[in-house]
Design a protein around this ligand. Structure first.
Ligand SMILES: [Zn+2]
Length: 137
């Protein structure tokens, strides 16, 4: 993740089919297991986001500005905290991965337009599913 200059990664992105995400932002490096998020306010902001699963692409995504996070760390300790700004955005992005949602599915411009690019999200989604498929044993 760090080598690719990413600040978050979800298990399914690397073939780990558990609800686990890792965050590396500012001086923080931590994992969240089974994260649950709840918006604290309905205030949102809309910004460009990239994703390690969609190299060299960016999409305009609206996210809650402040969220409450409940999760466990890998050692089994229960965590409960509030995340704001970029940290809130990254956690929401990674939790979306756990739910099979990519930023191309949430792009404000694509969702609102009728241009041919509206076919892109399905292609990206199919490629993503192909890449994360676990090989037969
Ligand atoms: Zn991503």
């Amino acid at each position: 993740m760090k080598r690719a200059k990413g600040i978050g990664l979800a298990g399914p992105q690397v073939g780990v089919l558990y609800r686990i995400i890792t965050i590396g932002i500012h001086d923080l490096d931590f994992c969240l297991v089974n994260p649950r998020i709840t918006p604290i306010t309905l205030d949102c902001d809309t910004k460009m986001e990239g994703c390690l699963s969609l190299p060299r692409q960016s999409y305009t995504v609206t996210r809650y500005f402040q969220i409450e996070v409940q999760a466990w760390n890998p050692a089994g300790k229960k965590l409960h905290f509030v995340a704001n700004n970029l940290l809130a955005r990254v956690i929401q992005h990674e939790v979306d991965h756990l739910d099979g949602i990519l930023i191309c599915d949430k792009d404000v411009d694509l969702v609102c337009s009728q241009s041919p690019e509206t076919t892109w999200p399905r292609r990206h989604r199919e490629e993503y599913v192909r890449l994360r498929r676990v090989p037969d044993q």
